[in-house]
Design a protein around this ligand. Structure first.
Ligand SMILES: Cc1ncc(COP(=O)(O)O)c(C=O)c1O
Length: 438
Protein backbone atom coordinates (compact mmCIF):
# COMPACT_ATOMS: atom_id res chain seq x y z
CA UNK A 1 0.00 0.00 0.00
CA UNK A 2 1.26 3.48 -0.79
CA UNK A 3 0.76 6.31 1.68
CA UNK A 4 -2.54 7.46 0.14
CA UNK A 5 -3.97 3.94 0.20
CA UNK A 6 -2.81 3.42 3.77
CA UNK A 7 -4.52 6.65 4.86
CA UNK A 8 -7.74 5.66 3.10
CA UNK A 9 -7.66 2.21 4.62
CA UNK A 10 -7.13 3.58 8.12
CA UNK A 11 -9.87 6.16 7.66
CA UNK A 12 -12.33 3.46 6.58
CA UNK A 13 -11.46 1.37 9.61
CA UNK A 14 -11.87 4.33 11.93
CA UNK A 15 -15.21 5.29 10.39
CA UNK A 16 -16.49 1.71 10.60
CA UNK A 17 -15.64 1.71 14.28
CA UNK A 18 -17.27 5.11 14.78
CA UNK A 19 -20.39 3.78 13.09
CA UNK A 20 -20.49 0.75 15.37
CA UNK A 21 -19.75 2.89 18.44
CA UNK A 22 -22.42 5.47 17.67
CA UNK A 23 -25.08 2.87 17.05
CA UNK A 24 -24.47 1.50 20.55
CA UNK A 25 -23.50 4.63 22.46
CA UNK A 26 -26.23 6.87 21.03
CA UNK A 27 -29.02 4.32 20.49
CA UNK A 28 -32.35 5.95 21.26
CA UNK A 29 -33.59 4.59 24.59
CA UNK A 30 -37.16 3.27 24.76
CA UNK A 31 -39.67 5.75 26.05
CA UNK A 32 -40.94 4.80 29.50
CA UNK A 33 -43.95 6.91 30.56
CA UNK A 34 -43.46 8.66 33.93
CA UNK A 35 -39.76 7.83 33.89
CA UNK A 36 -38.30 9.12 30.61
CA UNK A 37 -37.91 12.83 30.06
CA UNK A 38 -39.89 14.51 27.28
CA UNK A 39 -37.57 17.29 26.12
CA UNK A 40 -38.70 20.44 24.42
CA UNK A 41 -35.99 20.08 21.78
CA UNK A 42 -32.60 18.48 21.19
CA UNK A 43 -30.12 17.01 18.76
CA UNK A 44 -31.50 14.49 16.29
CA UNK A 45 -28.60 12.64 14.72
CA UNK A 46 -27.14 9.24 13.99
CA UNK A 47 -23.79 7.89 12.91
CA UNK A 48 -23.88 9.98 9.69
CA UNK A 49 -23.09 13.15 11.62
CA UNK A 50 -20.59 11.55 14.02
CA UNK A 51 -18.67 9.96 11.13
CA UNK A 52 -18.54 13.25 9.22
CA UNK A 53 -17.31 15.03 12.34
CA UNK A 54 -14.58 12.43 12.80
CA UNK A 55 -13.63 12.79 9.12
CA UNK A 56 -13.37 16.54 9.62
CA UNK A 57 -11.22 16.06 12.71
CA UNK A 58 -8.92 13.68 10.87
CA UNK A 59 -8.49 16.31 8.18
CA UNK A 60 -7.67 18.67 11.05
CA UNK A 61 -8.29 21.85 9.11
CA UNK A 62 -10.12 23.08 12.23
CA UNK A 63 -11.07 26.60 11.18
CA UNK A 64 -13.52 27.82 8.54
CA UNK A 65 -12.73 25.83 5.38
CA UNK A 66 -14.05 23.40 2.82
CA UNK A 67 -16.76 21.94 5.04
CA UNK A 68 -18.09 25.46 5.64
CA UNK A 69 -18.21 25.95 1.89
CA UNK A 70 -19.89 22.58 1.29
CA UNK A 71 -22.46 23.22 4.02
CA UNK A 72 -23.15 26.73 2.74
CA UNK A 73 -23.68 25.39 -0.77
CA UNK A 74 -26.34 22.96 0.46
CA UNK A 75 -28.07 25.67 2.49
CA UNK A 76 -27.84 28.09 -0.38
CA UNK A 77 -29.53 25.52 -2.66
CA UNK A 78 -32.22 24.86 -0.08
CA UNK A 79 -33.04 28.54 0.35
CA UNK A 80 -32.25 29.46 -3.23
CA UNK A 81 -30.15 32.34 -1.94
CA UNK A 82 -26.74 33.32 -3.30
CA UNK A 83 -24.69 33.74 -0.13
CA UNK A 84 -24.80 31.74 3.10
CA UNK A 85 -22.02 32.85 5.45
CA UNK A 86 -21.36 30.59 8.40
CA UNK A 87 -20.84 32.06 11.88
CA UNK A 88 -20.49 30.58 15.34
CA UNK A 89 -24.09 31.17 16.55
CA UNK A 90 -27.47 32.64 15.68
CA UNK A 91 -26.68 35.53 18.01
CA UNK A 92 -23.47 36.21 16.11
CA UNK A 93 -25.45 35.97 12.88
CA UNK A 94 -27.78 38.73 14.09
CA UNK A 95 -24.85 40.84 15.27
CA UNK A 96 -23.03 40.46 11.96
CA UNK A 97 -26.21 41.06 9.94
CA UNK A 98 -27.04 44.38 11.55
CA UNK A 99 -23.42 45.51 11.92
CA UNK A 100 -22.80 44.85 8.23
CA UNK A 101 -25.32 47.60 7.45
CA UNK A 102 -23.24 50.17 9.35
CA UNK A 103 -20.45 49.80 6.77
CA UNK A 104 -19.75 53.17 5.16
CA UNK A 105 -19.25 51.43 1.83
CA UNK A 106 -22.96 50.53 1.84
CA UNK A 107 -25.37 53.11 0.45
CA UNK A 108 -27.95 54.22 3.06
CA UNK A 109 -25.79 52.69 5.81
CA UNK A 110 -26.94 52.72 9.42
CA UNK A 111 -25.51 55.39 11.68
CA UNK A 112 -25.48 55.79 15.43
CA UNK A 113 -28.90 57.02 16.63
CA UNK A 114 -30.90 55.58 13.73
CA UNK A 115 -34.03 53.71 14.75
CA UNK A 116 -34.67 50.01 14.19
CA UNK A 117 -38.22 48.74 14.60
CA UNK A 118 -38.47 45.36 16.32
CA UNK A 119 -40.68 43.16 18.48
CA UNK A 120 -40.95 43.36 22.27
CA UNK A 121 -41.74 39.65 22.45
CA UNK A 122 -38.81 37.49 21.64
CA UNK A 123 -35.26 36.39 22.09
CA UNK A 124 -32.77 38.95 23.41
CA UNK A 125 -30.17 38.56 20.72
CA UNK A 126 -32.61 39.57 18.02
CA UNK A 127 -32.55 43.06 19.57
CA UNK A 128 -29.15 43.21 21.27
CA UNK A 129 -27.29 44.05 18.04
CA UNK A 130 -29.42 47.21 17.86
CA UNK A 131 -28.00 48.37 21.20
CA UNK A 132 -24.54 47.04 20.37
CA UNK A 133 -24.45 49.24 17.26
CA UNK A 134 -25.66 52.36 19.13
CA UNK A 135 -28.94 52.29 17.27
CA UNK A 136 -32.31 52.81 18.93
CA UNK A 137 -34.83 49.97 19.09
CA UNK A 138 -38.50 50.82 18.73
CA UNK A 139 -40.43 47.99 20.36
CA UNK A 140 -43.78 46.95 18.94
CA UNK A 141 -46.34 44.69 20.63
CA UNK A 142 -47.23 41.21 19.34
CA UNK A 143 -50.51 39.42 18.75
CA UNK A 144 -51.54 36.69 21.15
CA UNK A 145 -51.85 33.47 19.19
CA UNK A 146 -49.36 34.18 16.41
CA UNK A 147 -46.88 35.91 18.77
CA UNK A 148 -45.76 38.15 15.91
CA UNK A 149 -46.35 41.88 15.63
CA UNK A 150 -48.90 42.70 12.97
CA UNK A 151 -47.43 44.43 9.92
CA UNK A 152 -49.67 47.50 10.27
CA UNK A 153 -48.21 48.24 13.72
CA UNK A 154 -44.69 47.76 12.43
CA UNK A 155 -45.35 50.11 9.54
CA UNK A 156 -46.95 52.73 11.80
CA UNK A 157 -44.02 52.49 14.20
CA UNK A 158 -41.65 53.54 11.41
CA UNK A 159 -40.85 57.24 11.43
CA UNK A 160 -38.36 59.50 9.67
CA UNK A 161 -35.52 58.14 11.83
CA UNK A 162 -36.28 54.50 11.00
CA UNK A 163 -33.56 52.89 8.92
CA UNK A 164 -34.26 49.19 9.51
CA UNK A 165 -36.80 46.62 10.63
CA UNK A 166 -35.39 43.56 12.37
CA UNK A 167 -37.82 40.81 13.33
CA UNK A 168 -37.90 37.13 14.19
CA UNK A 169 -40.52 34.72 12.87
CA UNK A 170 -41.64 33.72 16.35
CA UNK A 171 -41.42 29.97 17.00
CA UNK A 172 -41.34 29.37 13.25
CA UNK A 173 -44.55 31.29 12.56
CA UNK A 174 -43.92 33.69 9.67
CA UNK A 175 -44.36 37.40 10.15
CA UNK A 176 -46.56 38.84 7.36
CA UNK A 177 -43.33 39.59 5.64
CA UNK A 178 -44.38 40.44 2.08
CA UNK A 179 -46.19 43.60 3.26
CA UNK A 180 -43.09 44.65 5.15
CA UNK A 181 -40.85 43.88 2.19
CA UNK A 182 -42.99 46.10 -0.06
CA UNK A 183 -43.07 48.86 2.55
CA UNK A 184 -39.30 48.69 3.09
CA UNK A 185 -38.62 48.78 -0.64
CA UNK A 186 -40.84 51.84 -0.94
CA UNK A 187 -39.30 53.70 2.01
CA UNK A 188 -35.72 52.62 1.56
CA UNK A 189 -35.65 50.80 4.89
CA UNK A 190 -33.52 47.71 5.50
CA UNK A 191 -35.36 44.49 6.34
CA UNK A 192 -33.60 41.85 8.42
CA UNK A 193 -35.29 38.52 9.11
CA UNK A 194 -34.19 36.61 12.16
CA UNK A 195 -35.06 33.23 10.69
CA UNK A 196 -33.33 31.33 13.50
CA UNK A 197 -36.50 29.53 14.58
CA UNK A 198 -38.14 29.21 11.18
CA UNK A 199 -35.91 27.28 8.79
CA UNK A 200 -38.26 25.76 6.19
CA UNK A 201 -41.26 28.00 7.00
CA UNK A 202 -43.08 29.52 4.06
CA UNK A 203 -45.04 32.70 3.62
CA UNK A 204 -47.18 32.87 0.48
CA UNK A 205 -45.37 29.77 -0.74
CA UNK A 206 -41.92 31.34 -0.43
CA UNK A 207 -39.38 30.36 2.22
CA UNK A 208 -38.87 32.76 5.10
CA UNK A 209 -35.32 34.01 5.23
CA UNK A 210 -35.55 34.91 1.54
CA UNK A 211 -37.57 38.13 1.87
CA UNK A 212 -35.23 40.41 3.80
CA UNK A 213 -32.07 42.12 2.64
CA UNK A 214 -30.36 39.83 5.11
CA UNK A 215 -31.60 36.86 7.12
CA UNK A 216 -30.08 34.75 9.86
CA UNK A 217 -30.15 31.16 11.12
CA UNK A 218 -29.11 29.38 14.30
CA UNK A 219 -27.80 25.83 14.52
CA UNK A 220 -27.88 25.45 18.30
CA UNK A 221 -29.34 22.02 19.17
CA UNK A 222 -32.80 23.49 19.77
CA UNK A 223 -33.09 24.50 16.13
CA UNK A 224 -34.24 22.72 12.97
CA UNK A 225 -30.76 21.45 12.23
CA UNK A 226 -27.77 21.57 14.52
CA UNK A 227 -24.01 21.80 14.52
CA UNK A 228 -23.78 22.26 18.31
CA UNK A 229 -23.09 25.96 18.12
CA UNK A 230 -23.47 27.71 14.78
CA UNK A 231 -25.38 30.19 12.72
CA UNK A 232 -25.53 31.72 9.27
CA UNK A 233 -26.01 35.11 7.65
CA UNK A 234 -27.78 35.01 4.31
CA UNK A 235 -28.11 37.51 1.50
CA UNK A 236 -28.46 37.78 -2.26
CA UNK A 237 -26.42 40.98 -2.46
CA UNK A 238 -22.72 40.77 -3.31
CA UNK A 239 -22.04 44.10 -1.57
CA UNK A 240 -23.74 42.95 1.62
CA UNK A 241 -21.91 39.61 1.46
CA UNK A 242 -18.58 41.44 1.42
CA UNK A 243 -19.66 43.57 4.38
CA UNK A 244 -20.90 40.48 6.26
CA UNK A 245 -17.55 38.78 5.70
CA UNK A 246 -15.70 41.86 6.82
CA UNK A 247 -17.58 42.14 10.13
CA UNK A 248 -17.35 38.41 10.68
CA UNK A 249 -13.62 38.29 9.93
CA UNK A 250 -11.92 40.97 12.06
CA UNK A 251 -13.24 43.91 10.02
CA UNK A 252 -10.82 43.21 7.21
CA UNK A 253 -11.14 44.65 3.74
CA UNK A 254 -9.86 41.45 2.11
CA UNK A 255 -12.34 38.69 1.25
CA UNK A 256 -10.06 35.67 0.89
CA UNK A 257 -11.29 32.43 2.44
CA UNK A 258 -9.14 31.34 5.37
CA UNK A 259 -6.03 29.61 4.08
CA UNK A 260 -6.21 31.49 0.76
CA UNK A 261 -4.32 34.57 -0.45
CA UNK A 262 -4.68 37.13 -3.19
CA UNK A 263 -8.26 36.30 -4.29
CA UNK A 264 -8.58 39.90 -5.50
CA UNK A 265 -5.44 39.49 -7.65
CA UNK A 266 -3.98 42.76 -6.32
CA UNK A 267 -3.10 41.94 -2.73
CA UNK A 268 -0.09 44.32 -2.74
CA UNK A 269 -1.54 46.79 -5.22
CA UNK A 270 -4.26 48.64 -3.35
CA UNK A 271 -4.25 52.31 -2.48
CA UNK A 272 -6.74 52.69 0.37
CA UNK A 273 -7.32 55.74 2.61
CA UNK A 274 -4.17 56.95 4.31
CA UNK A 275 -2.39 53.60 4.09
CA UNK A 276 0.90 53.43 2.21
CA UNK A 277 0.46 52.26 -1.39
CA UNK A 278 0.42 48.46 -1.65
CA UNK A 279 -0.17 47.84 2.07
CA UNK A 280 -1.05 44.12 2.34
CA UNK A 281 -4.79 43.88 1.64
CA UNK A 282 -4.99 40.93 4.03
CA UNK A 283 -4.12 43.33 6.86
CA UNK A 284 -6.24 46.26 5.79
CA UNK A 285 -9.25 46.95 8.02
CA UNK A 286 -12.24 48.89 6.82
CA UNK A 287 -14.65 48.08 9.67
CA UNK A 288 -14.61 47.66 13.44
CA UNK A 289 -15.11 43.92 13.14
CA UNK A 290 -15.17 40.73 15.17
CA UNK A 291 -14.04 37.19 14.65
CA UNK A 292 -17.25 35.16 14.65
CA UNK A 293 -16.33 32.39 12.25
CA UNK A 294 -17.45 28.82 12.82
CA UNK A 295 -15.12 25.86 12.44
CA UNK A 296 -15.10 23.11 9.84
CA UNK A 297 -15.87 20.66 12.65
CA UNK A 298 -19.20 22.39 13.24
CA UNK A 299 -19.86 22.67 9.52
CA UNK A 300 -19.28 18.95 8.98
CA UNK A 301 -22.18 18.14 11.30
CA UNK A 302 -24.47 20.67 9.59
CA UNK A 303 -23.43 19.27 6.21
CA UNK A 304 -24.96 15.92 7.13
CA UNK A 305 -27.94 17.43 8.96
CA UNK A 306 -28.96 19.20 5.75
CA UNK A 307 -29.77 15.80 4.18
CA UNK A 308 -32.42 15.30 6.89
CA UNK A 309 -33.92 18.78 6.89
CA UNK A 310 -36.99 17.94 4.78
CA UNK A 311 -37.89 15.06 7.11
CA UNK A 312 -37.27 17.20 10.18
CA UNK A 313 -39.64 19.86 8.87
CA UNK A 314 -42.38 17.31 8.14
CA UNK A 315 -42.05 15.82 11.57
CA UNK A 316 -42.29 19.24 13.27
CA UNK A 317 -45.44 20.00 11.30
CA UNK A 318 -47.01 16.63 12.12
CA UNK A 319 -46.30 16.95 15.86
CA UNK A 320 -47.61 20.51 15.93
CA UNK A 321 -50.85 19.50 14.16
CA UNK A 322 -51.49 16.71 16.62
CA UNK A 323 -51.03 18.99 19.63
CA UNK A 324 -53.10 21.70 17.98
CA UNK A 325 -56.05 19.39 17.31
CA UNK A 326 -56.06 18.56 21.00
CA UNK A 327 -55.64 22.12 22.31
CA UNK A 328 -58.26 23.55 19.94
CA UNK A 329 -60.74 21.51 21.94
CA UNK A 330 -59.61 23.10 25.20
CA UNK A 331 -60.36 26.71 24.42
CA UNK A 332 -62.07 27.27 27.77
CA UNK A 333 -58.56 27.29 29.16
CA UNK A 334 -56.11 28.02 26.37
CA UNK A 335 -55.62 30.25 23.39
CA UNK A 336 -54.19 27.80 20.84
CA UNK A 337 -51.15 28.55 18.73
CA UNK A 338 -52.32 30.20 15.48
CA UNK A 339 -50.46 30.22 12.23
CA UNK A 340 -50.20 33.46 10.31
CA UNK A 341 -52.55 33.75 7.31
CA UNK A 342 -51.08 32.50 4.03
CA UNK A 343 -48.26 30.72 5.78
CA UNK A 344 -46.92 27.22 6.15
CA UNK A 345 -44.79 27.24 9.28
CA UNK A 346 -41.93 24.89 9.98
CA UNK A 347 -42.64 25.02 13.69
CA UNK A 348 -40.14 25.54 16.47
CA UNK A 349 -42.64 24.72 19.21
CA UNK A 350 -46.30 24.74 20.18
CA UNK A 351 -47.28 27.90 22.07
CA UNK A 352 -50.23 28.27 24.43
CA UNK A 353 -51.62 31.16 26.41
CA UNK A 354 -53.58 30.29 29.53
CA UNK A 355 -56.86 32.19 29.61
CA UNK A 356 -57.99 33.84 32.84
CA UNK A 357 -59.79 31.07 34.73
CA UNK A 358 -60.45 30.14 38.34
CA UNK A 359 -58.73 26.73 38.16
CA UNK A 360 -55.11 27.37 37.34
CA UNK A 361 -52.45 29.76 36.12
CA UNK A 362 -49.68 29.36 33.56
CA UNK A 363 -47.22 28.73 36.37
CA UNK A 364 -49.41 25.94 37.80
CA UNK A 365 -49.56 24.00 34.54
CA UNK A 366 -45.90 24.56 33.75
CA UNK A 367 -45.00 23.23 37.19
CA UNK A 368 -47.29 20.23 36.73
CA UNK A 369 -45.86 19.36 33.32
CA UNK A 370 -42.30 19.64 34.57
CA UNK A 371 -43.11 17.43 37.57
CA UNK A 372 -44.28 14.90 34.99
CA UNK A 373 -40.98 15.19 33.12
CA UNK A 374 -42.47 17.20 30.27
CA UNK A 375 -40.17 20.11 29.51
CA UNK A 376 -41.65 23.55 28.80
CA UNK A 377 -40.26 26.92 27.80
CA UNK A 378 -41.47 30.44 28.29
CA UNK A 379 -41.76 32.69 25.25
CA UNK A 380 -38.07 33.59 25.55
CA UNK A 381 -37.74 36.95 27.30
CA UNK A 382 -41.50 37.64 27.41
CA UNK A 383 -41.81 41.42 27.30
CA UNK A 384 -38.17 42.22 26.68
CA UNK A 385 -38.38 45.80 27.95
CA UNK A 386 -39.11 44.40 31.43
CA UNK A 387 -35.87 42.40 31.44
CA UNK A 388 -33.15 43.81 33.72
CA UNK A 389 -30.68 44.02 30.81
CA UNK A 390 -32.67 46.81 29.19
CA UNK A 391 -33.26 48.91 32.28
CA UNK A 392 -32.09 52.48 31.68
CA UNK A 393 -31.15 51.68 28.10
CA UNK A 394 -32.22 54.02 25.36
CA UNK A 395 -35.21 52.62 23.49
CA UNK A 396 -38.69 53.61 22.33
CA UNK A 397 -41.98 51.78 22.41
CA UNK A 398 -44.75 52.05 19.89
CA UNK A 399 -48.05 52.19 21.83
CA UNK A 400 -48.54 50.00 24.91
CA UNK A 401 -46.98 46.55 25.12
CA UNK A 402 -50.05 44.96 26.72
CA UNK A 403 -49.90 41.67 24.86
CA UNK A 404 -46.22 41.32 25.62
CA UNK A 405 -47.17 41.55 29.30
CA UNK A 406 -49.81 38.85 28.81
CA UNK A 407 -47.19 36.66 27.11
CA UNK A 408 -44.85 37.23 30.03
CA UNK A 409 -47.53 36.19 32.52
CA UNK A 410 -49.60 33.56 30.75
CA UNK A 411 -47.85 31.99 27.72
CA UNK A 412 -45.49 29.04 27.38
CA UNK A 413 -44.56 26.46 24.77
CA UNK A 414 -43.88 22.77 24.45
CA UNK A 415 -41.78 20.81 22.00
CA UNK A 416 -42.60 19.57 18.53
CA UNK A 417 -39.08 18.53 17.50
CA UNK A 418 -38.45 15.35 15.51
CA UNK A 419 -37.02 13.57 18.56
CA UNK A 420 -40.55 13.33 20.00
CA UNK A 421 -42.20 10.03 19.18
CA UNK A 422 -45.96 9.61 18.81
CA UNK A 423 -45.93 7.87 22.17
CA UNK A 424 -44.34 10.92 23.76
CA UNK A 425 -46.86 13.29 22.22
CA UNK A 426 -49.69 11.03 23.45
CA UNK A 427 -48.12 11.11 26.89
CA UNK A 428 -48.00 14.93 26.86
CA UNK A 429 -51.65 15.20 25.80
CA UNK A 430 -52.73 12.63 28.33
CA UNK A 431 -51.06 14.66 31.09
CA UNK A 432 -52.88 17.79 29.88
CA UNK A 433 -56.16 15.84 30.10
CA UNK A 434 -55.45 14.65 33.62
CA UNK A 435 -54.48 18.17 34.72
CA UNK A 436 -57.58 19.76 33.21
CA UNK A 437 -59.98 17.25 34.72
CA UNK A 438 -58.44 17.41 38.21
C1 LIG B 1 -35.26 33.97 17.40
C2 LIG B 1 -33.87 33.66 17.85
N1 LIG B 1 -32.87 34.41 17.41
C3 LIG B 1 -31.60 34.17 17.80
C4 LIG B 1 -31.28 33.13 18.64
C5 LIG B 1 -29.87 32.92 19.05
O1 LIG B 1 -29.30 31.76 18.52
P1 LIG B 1 -28.00 31.13 19.19
O2 LIG B 1 -28.44 30.42 20.42
O3 LIG B 1 -27.46 30.21 18.16
O4 LIG B 1 -27.07 32.24 19.51
C6 LIG B 1 -32.31 32.33 19.13
C7 LIG B 1 -31.98 31.23 20.04
O5 LIG B 1 -32.68 30.26 20.19
C8 LIG B 1 -33.63 32.59 18.73
O6 LIG B 1 -34.66 31.84 19.18
Amino acid sequence: MNKKEKIEDLENKILDLVDEYTKIRHAKPDFIPEISNVPVNGRVFNSDEVKELVKASLEFWLTDGEYSEKFSEKMSNFLNMKFVRLVNSGSSANLVALSSLTNKKIKNNLNSGDEVVTSAVGFPTTVNPIFQNNLIPVFVDSEIGTYNPNPEDIIEACGPETKAIMLAHTLGNPVEIQKLKDFCADKNIWLIEDNCDALGSKYEDKLTGTFGDISTLSFYPAHHITMGEGGAVITNSTKLKLSIDSFRDWGRDCWCMSGHDDTCGKRFDWQLGELPYGYDHKFTYSNIGYNLKATDLQASIGYKQMDKLDDFILSRKKNWEKINTFIEDKQDFFIPHMKTKNSEPSWFGYALTVKENDKFTRDDIVKYLNENRIATRLMFGGNLVRQPAYKNKKFKTYKELNNADIVMKSSFWIGVYPGLSEEMIDYILNKFDIFLTK
